[in-house]
Ligand binder design. Sequence first.
Ligand SMILES: *Cc1c(COP(=O)(O)O)cnc(C)c1O
Length: 398
Amino acid sequence: MRELSYRMLEMKASSVRKLTKYAEEAEAKGKKIYRLNIGQPDLHVPQEYYERIRAFDEPTVEYMPSNGIPELLEAVEKYYKGAGIDIDKKHIYITTGGTEAVMFTLLALTNPGDEFVLFEPYYSNYNTFFTITGATPVAVTTYAENGFHIDRESLEAKITDKTKAIFITNPGNPTGTVLTKEEVRMVADVAKKYDLYIISDEVYREMVFDGREITSFGFLEDIHDRLVLVDSVSKRFNACGARIGAVISKNQEIMDLISKLCQGRLAVSTLEQQGAVGLYSTGYRVIHQIRDEFEKRRNVVFENLKKIPGVFCEKPEGAFYMICKLPVEDAGEFLKWMLLEFDDNGETVMAAPGDGFYATEGLGRDEIRIAYVLETDKLARALQILAKGLEVYNNKIK
Ligand SMILES: *Cc1c(COP(=O)(O)O)cnc(C)c1O
């Protein structure tokens, strides 16, 4: 047979899903698994979403305009203005999730061989789009020891004459780090100095804890010409399956290129866009409910992790993830062992191996990502199991 695409053959399988077959094996044997591996929130989707979809009463499900239905563009504009970010409908294109927004942005900004700088550990699902677009991600390593915060020197050190953009996720997945105002300003200044674009994935924008202020790049008017925002209803309204996102920029040239891609894929789902109008109509009622719930869960996870000997992590500041260091050499092997060989009263825990979130080979091997997407009592139990597992595992190895 003729050879298949080398781009796809070289693409790495998702690290989050690598353990799935062991989980299935464990479940087949009747083990109960607390899943902390996947970033899929479990909270209810607001009723307004379903009501809006039920109210749809057209005889045909037509293609909608490729940039999005007018009611949703208005809703997103209103949300942005309410957030203090001066964005107009014409700067917004609705996409099939934030994921499509990332892909379209990279296609519009980069040629194969171009570089863009990002901070590792980063959301590993991006790798799919990096491979497709052919631009090279250049990673600045950040560290658990200072809560994965960033600094100017290590950012500037990675910039070359091939660099096109700085790619940021704020608040961060998998780190749970919320950039400070100063860090956001610093990135903006570096982008101006080297004439770079900024792609800012802010799908967790409001999920910031302990009374922190939101730090969006959208607040900095002086970089609006070089900024592309990636947005989504998935996390803001707990509606991952709706597949509604947005790509936002005040740079008309960029939007014109992205428009070609939007037209090529014709349109985004007609009904889901209606549902998203319902989601935005709930405003900060739902957004703050979700934030408060995850802050509670963060507290439970962090308090319990602190008690486990040899585990290290800084207190996460936002989103619903964290990276923590375990007292093991190979966290992937440990997680596999937890699924296949260990149980506490028939129960065990699954998390994501940390190394999959790094571009640099060898980093993150003693780390795991925890997505705290379970109710607080289940989280407490899951961490109790993790603590017991670590104790047994380390005694066995000695
Ligand atoms: C979940 C997630 C997305 C996008 O999700 P969609 O469901 O495609 O909107 C984008 N970036 C990060 C960092 C995420 O965690």
